[in-house]
Design a protein around this ligand. Sequence first.
Ligand SMILES: [Zn+2]
Length: 162
Amino acid sequence: MSVSNENSTPVHEGGCLCGEVRFRIAGTPVSTTICHCTNCQRNTGSAFSVNVIFHKPEEYTIQGTPAIYDDAGDTGNIVRRVFCGKCGTPIESRSVFSASEYTVIKSGSFDDPTVFAPDSEVYCVTAMPWWLKGIDVPRYERFNTASISAEEDAAAKAAAAK
Ligand SMILES: [Zn+2]
């Protein structure tokens, strides 16, 4: 949910998939950045992460006890990855070096991530080549049921041929 507090500072809430970890942050992000570093790729199990960066947020509170993994960035500084130990949702990647200054939240963990549009991309050196090239693929509102049933058909025919 995105609302405003009495000082009309935007307040954003979010949490993990299972609901064990919830957070609330008040402030306007200084940047929303797509990160293509290989650690973000592995951490998210995806092609990149979308990081919403707040500078000294007016308020930042976490409910529940998230798990922590101290990762090493390529500069040698510790990047503290905060996630739900139960369902694994990445919540935050915190540079311990600048922990007091910046709070970096993974966009997908917000209740309403649509309000954070990326303004830049970093670590493009390890970005997926297909991303840099631009993707032009069919888009479906939900499942691509045609391809799923085609696969199922093929599997059924293969099984029947045995
Ligand atoms: Zn969880």
